[in-house]
Each structure stands twice: as C-alpha cells, then as structure tokens.
Design a protein around this ligand. Sequence first.
Ligand code: ARG
Ligand code: ZN
Length: 858
Amino acid sequence: RTIRREDYRPPDWLIDTVHLDFDLGITETRVVAMMALQRNGTHDRPVRLDADGSWPTALRVDGIATPWRKDGEGDEALIVAVPNASAELVIETRLTPDQNSQLMGLYASGGLLCTQCEAEGFRRIVPFVDRPDNLAVYSVRMTGDRSAFPVLLANGECVETGDAEDGRHFAIWHDPWPKPSYLFALVAGNLVANRDSFKTMSGKTVDLAIYVRDGDLDRTGHAMDSLKRAMRWDEETYGREYDLPVFNIVAVDDFNMGAMENKGLNIFNTKYILADSDTATDLDYDGVEGVVAHEYFHNWSGNRVTCRDWFQLSLKEGFTVYRDQSFSADMGSATVKRIEDVRILRAAQFPEDSGPLAHPVRPDSYQEISNFYTATVYNKGAELIRMMATLTGPERFRAATDLYFDRHDGEAATCEDFVRAIEDGGKVDLDHFRLWYSQAGTPRVKARLAHDATSGEAVLHLDQSVPPTPGQPDKKPMAIPLRVKAFDIAANSAEGAAEEQLVDLDTGSQSVALGRFSRPPALSINRGFSAPVTMEIERAPGELAWLAANDDDGFARYEALQQLMVETLVARIGGEAGDIDALVAAITETLKGADADPAFVAEAVMLPSEAYLGDQMLVVDPQAIRDVRRDVQRLVGQKLAPRWRAIQSGTATDHADVSPLAKGQRRLRGAALAYLMASGEADAADIAFAQFEAAGGMTDRQSALLALAHGDSPLRQRALDAFYDRFHGNPLVLDKWFQIQAWAMRDDTPERVAELAGHRDFTLANPNRVRALYGAFAGNQASFHRADGAGYRLIADLVIALDAKNPQTAARLVPPLGRWRRFDDARQRLMQAELRRILETPGLSKDVAEQAGKSLSG
Ligand code: ARG
Ligand code: ZN
C-alpha cells in the first residue's frame, strides 16, 4: 500500500497526555497505557489507532471494558468506538522483547531493554496515534528486578524512585515537553555512567551522563567532550540552549541506525560512542563527534520543532545534518570536512538520484517509511539548507533560523514552513528554489568559457539539464547558486584575481560576463561545492593543473586534482595512455603542502574511488576500472616512491594526540603507505607489516592492515590473525576485521566473504556485524560485480535470510542490486535474476518488497 503526501489530513483523534506503566522483563514486559483522548474537530468517526502486533490484553474507555477490532489489510490498526468528545483510554499489552529481532519498539540487546520508536516503532509497544503531528506529555513508571535492571531511564526527569516487592524497584520519569511518540524512549539494565555537567548560557546546570556496559567506561571520554562542545556550539552559533536539567545518552550494541534523538535520552549505536586510540581510528573519532552533535542538535531541529508527517523528514534531518557538518567544520579543518561531505554525497546520494530509487528530498509517496532514511533526505537535504545559507549570507541566515525556531516552537512543521521562514527572516526570494524539494535527480551543468582575444572579455556560458527520474519524466530548470571565480593563468598565483561571483543559474542557458583578461583565464566554478550538481567543463590544457596548484578555494584545488585524475584514468580505461607525467607533476606540487596541511594533502592525492570512476562512464566496466586504477596507483607509487617512503617513515605520531594536525599526519601516512604498497617495491609489505606491529593506535594499525589485505603477501594472513587474536573480544574492533576483508580488492573476495559468513563470530542478529561484512562487500565495486555473479548471489542470499529477522537492515542492502542499468547486458541479467529471486520469496517484508520491486522496474 502506498502512502501519499497529498493525502495528508490531521488526525481524527488526538492523545495529549500519556501515562505508561512498564512491568519489565526480558522475556515478557507488561504495559499499561493510560491516555487522554480528544476528538479533533467535529466528526463521528471511531478512534483508529496505529498498531503493529501489540494487540491489547485489556482495553477500557472511561473505566469500562470495551470491544475493539483489528483494521487494515495488514492488521495495521485497531478500531474502537468512543461515545464522547473526550475519553480516558486504557490499553494493556504484553511484549516479548527478546524475540524482537527487528529492533523496533521495545527490544532486548544483551541483557538490556531499550527502545527505538522512530519512525513507527511506538505502535509496537502500544496502539497509538503514532504519527508525528500528535504531541503529548508523557510520564513513565518502570518497575523491574533491581539486580537485572539497576538503571531505569526514560525521557525527561526522574521524579521518583523506590522499592517494590520481591527485590524489585521502580522509577517514575516525567517529560514536560509535548512530543510525538517517535521521540519516546526507555532503557533498563545494568549500566555504568560517565557523569559530567554543563552550564548553559543562561546559567542553568545540566547533568550529563553517558551510560555504557561495565568495562566500556574508559572509552566514553571523547563522546562526553564532543557533547559539551556541541552544546556550547549550538548556543553560540544558533542561540539554542538545552531545555531540561538532565541529558542522558545510552550506548547499545544492537541498533539499526547510528543513533536516535529521543527527548533527553539519546540512544546510540556503541559505534558512535565508544572510542579510544587503541581501538578507534581518527575517522571513528570524527564519527563519534559528528553523531553525538547530530543527535544533540535534534533537540531543537527535530524535537522542539518536529515534523508534521514523514514526508517532511528532511525538515529535521537535512537541517540537522547541515548543522552537524558546520559544527565539525568549526572543530577541525573546514576544507577537509567539505571534501569528506561531498565525497559521501557523490558516493551515496548521486547514484541514488540517478537510479530506480530516486526520490525528491521531500518524497511524494512511500510504502515503508524506513526506506526513506536516505542519502537524499539526509545529505542532499543538507545541501539544500547550505544553498539557502549561501543565498542569504551568514547574518541573515541566523536571523532566518531564529525566526524559524521562534515561529514553530512546539509545532509539527513542514519543509515549506522552513523555506518561508528563511524567506521572511533571510530576506531572500526562494520561489524558484523550492523546486529542489520536489524535483528529484542531480542537475547537470555544462560550463564553457569564451574569451575574446581583442576585447579581452571573458564570458561564461552555462547550460543545465535535469535527467528524468521515476515518475518525473520532464524536468524544469532549477535555481542553482554557483560560486565562480576566474584567474589569470599567467599570474602564477591566485593574487589579483577578479572577485568571486555568486551566479544564480536559474534558466536552461545563461551567460555571465567575468571581466577582462589578457589571455583565457582559468575557471574556478562551483567553488566549495556551492550546489549539488555534476559539472561538465571544457578545459584548456594545463588549466586543471594550474587550479590544483593555485586556486584560493581549498575545495576547488582538491576538485581540480581529482578531475585531472579522473581524466587520466578514464583515458586509460578507454585504451589511451593519458598523461601520467602531468598527473605525477600535479601530485608532486600538491605534496609540497604536506607539512602545513597534511589532512588536505592526504585527501587530494588519493585516486578517485572505483565507484566514482564508474559513475563517469556510460557503461561501468568494474574490472577495467580496477585494473587501470591499480596500474595508475602503481605508476604514481613508483615515480614518487622516495616521497611516499619519507612520509611513511617520518615522525610516527602519538595516537593520543587527536589534534587536526596529528590526525592529518596519520591520514597522510596511510595514503603514502597505500601508494608504497601499490608501487610493488620489494620491501613494501615488510614496511606495512612493521607499521602494523609498531602501530601506536588503531589509525596506523588499520591503514597497515588494509594495505596488506589487498595484496597476497604471506604477511597478510599473519597480520589478520594477529589482529583477530588481540581484538576478538571487542565487537567494534572485530567489525573492522570483517570489514577489511570484505573491502579487499582481490579476485577471491566473494569466496572469502562467504567463508566469513560462516565464521563463529558472524551473526545476523547484530546490524553492525552485518554491515561490516556485507555492507562493505557491496561497496567493493569490482568484487561485488565479479562477472560470474557470485557477489550478487551473496547479497541476495543475505537479504532473504536477514529479512525474516530484521527487514529494515535487510532492505538497506537491496539498492546495490538496483544499479543494474549501469552495467553490461550479462551483469544486468544476473542482477535482475537476483532481484526476482528476492521478490519471489514468500512472506517478504514490505521494506524489502518496496526496495526490490522498485529496483527491478523503477
Ligand atoms: N532520527 C535518527 C537520526 O538520524 C535516525 C533514526 C531512524 N531510525 C529508523 N529506524 N528509521 O538521527
Ligand atoms: Zn538525524
């Protein structure tokens, strides 16, 4: 069944007060929910509550036991007649948390009880008006065995605790802020806390706690520091203060996503809380900081102002991603952060936007909302906010967000409400810009610079087109803000160039005068990646190399070098030689900045991924891409071998130092080692193994292990075994062991992944483990797309097996099979056959059915 945005209407009945009483147990939890119901408007329709298996063991209306019935094709609702305009409704349910393998609603993770209610999990606890436009005040009483559940947590503040009979105890929590049911949370278990406090800008003290299992406490310091930095940053940058006296975080092993912003009680995947330098890489540290900030920022962009319906998901997710990106940019290098964010956008969102699952940032329809927690809603959504901030400038953007929070505080709002607040507060016309919310597909912009030798006039000619996407065959031109600057190539530096312009490309074709130059200038366009588009630019010889060396926008410098690499690689894939020497010269030039900004240099000198190269081709040839990329890596490795050696052997950093500089040095060291390994120099594997053994932390250890994992030196297995022996007791590090082997660019990777699926440490019950093995493998282009189809079978087998337990996580592995249109006929047939096999599986979830169905036909 398809849900459509245009069918939105407010709920017939509202619930504004909820008292929940939980009698906790891992095998059985009993719930009594007491709810104040109000008829919304005048009508005579019965109460229809969303439900998902949580059928009442008792139901009373104003104290009277009342009959009810199931409703809907899939029994997704409960209907009960209520005679008056308001009533007290009591529903009792019995849940079996340890059988909840979907990890939605109330479930057991280890000996712990926890919840995940976004998007539609609350209805698995008790039938409810389970939609985000029903705001209610919750109080929660939990009673449970004191030894099994010494810690009892819910949203808001703890108002009472005490003893109950038979060694049990209870706690009552109250959250004064009205909220939708998806923000409800409860945790009960044996946990220890890292406690701290934060003084808000108005002088209030907030008690902070991060709850983890005993033994994990000494890995929570970075998360706590990140939380305090995020709280301060949101005050300083957006004027947003925290609004409760406590803020709790709990980390759990089994979690479908990264984390969840439940009011006052964020629940996290351990992956985004636990970090120390021996077990987490620098990138893991960045992930913790970014996700802790993201969930915290939701307190305003999501909780205080929430979404009217799930079509508006990007209202909170796009904005909150933009906010966490800005925060991380402020905490480290803004340029490197921008490079990383654009890389994620291109790797995850662009393919989505050009395939069968393409949808607008504000989708028009869905079958299963869990399938719409996508790179489009999150990452492209963040790009939309960024473009609006570019159009207003920072001061007016701040005025606009102040207006937005002020105007909609306590409401369930829409994307349109957000755009209107930016227009009103930011004094900008976004009439045409709104199309970004409704029109899917990545716009293509062609740029050509014409230079008149006599007048010196340089004119930029731009053309845009938006490709068709499912359900949207004809597209209108978008409003595309392009930051543009032209440089005099002869100047040999960025100095004295004309001012940057913000070009608003809002028609199909447009020409812009860039000023007078004595010779054709170098064109720097879409600087800072000001718009999420693909550019096709006519370049003069030497222009990219000049920009890579001299552009005064860091992102544009990176982009120019990447483009030079793409051109060389694509030429060689097409059977030409490409200009390797020019590429080596440009890399050499970039390496001069290694001491000053090693993180940037590390990003810039790495060859584009196999997948990105595939995206540049009409028909993806995964094996040719792998062979050519590896060959160019070997050539660059050889020609610059002394540089790579020097960087790799240069000062090994202290992993406890997580300053941007030290992190950058380690990142560059990893890049140097990768080139050294590729070079085929006789001692390369020994160098990698030595780095592995002597590593002072996980960053150097993982980069060394990964370098070895691609090859076939005997040291490969030795390193993998040593890593396993040392770390197999730590689930997050063991995930790396699986992941690295699934990433290996080797011919036998499909066989190896199949073997690892049978390893005693592999389990379908833990989403992190599944993603570490199969998610990593599906992203390993040439291995997943091996010509015999072994990779496709592996993923389809997994989707089918996992769907029976955890549809949400299973559905996330379907899209790689949906990319079949990009490949040759033989691969297309193999991929389609696997999609069909999935679709023919009896009892398929609607999550997987939607993704596989659309992937086959969309
Ligand atoms: N709102 C969470 C976040 O992005 C994501 C939770 C989504 N969970 C889910 N089961 N769909 O911060
Ligand atoms: Zn979020």
